[in-house]
Design a protein. Sequence first.
Length: 317
Amino acid sequence: MMTDHRTTDDIVFDFETGEPPVALEERTQYTFGPYRILRKLGEGGMASVFLVEIRGAFDFRKVVALKLMHAQIMRETVQRQMFVNEVRLGGMLQHPNIVQMFDCGLEGNQPFCTMEFVNGWSLERILGRCREMHMELPPSVIAEVLRAVCDGLHFAHTFVHEGAPLDLVHRDVKPANVLISRHGEVKVADFGIAKAAVNVHHTQAGVARGTAMYMSPEQTLGRDLDCRSDVFSVGSMLYFALTGMFAFWSGDPNDHPLADVMATMHAVLQCERTFAVRTLAEHHPAFLDAFSRATEKKREERCASAELLGTELAEIR
């Protein structure tokens, strides 16, 4: 549980606003187990995330992200198992382009995990800010970011655990799950709905999980997936990053695809790319082949791995 501490020896610096340090005698400071809470980073349907600091001997200090699952969510079997899957996979996957998991457990009855704090923005937020400022992210930067995403995904796709392949598929590759630090590090986040051989819960056949705009055609049908589904998602993300439009959306252009999920999933299933191909051919021809190979409707004809797609993106100048 969180504990209220008031001392005069410590100070807190607001990393978000850049305000000067404030003595704790002027504000309440909370801890969670051994973690000193600095500020809230965000909140979603399943959990709240905090920036926290852990201290040790010899003035050791480390800032990490603390994820606290909402109590009501943890009463739901599927959501609880998704959390267990995320922390199990996070403990296994150690790669420069994957957000690292450090610790997990129960504090009282509160499930938590701690992970690497990526001091920066998501690709979704960066692209949104560019749109607000009527700017475009340079295509060379997009290529490098998605190449790094492919590196992280390929590591996960080919990971071997205790002598057996993990057969991992992320299933929710999208701009919100790509984090970019202030130093240019690119990290794939949120393996909460990933499919893997070690999962304690497997998605029921015919049930689609993911974000509709970035799903592969086979994912919309709830079929068994392999790494080529994530490759399709990267291709869809590539198009969105370059154009600000969704590659597969046949509805009202003024509406967001999530306003009509079924229509979006139907558009993905049809995989009609005529407009997207024409747009790239006119404005970003260097990316046309990579996009086309990544988003083939039949996965047998699709780019076979994230590694191959990453190689194509690395060659684009």
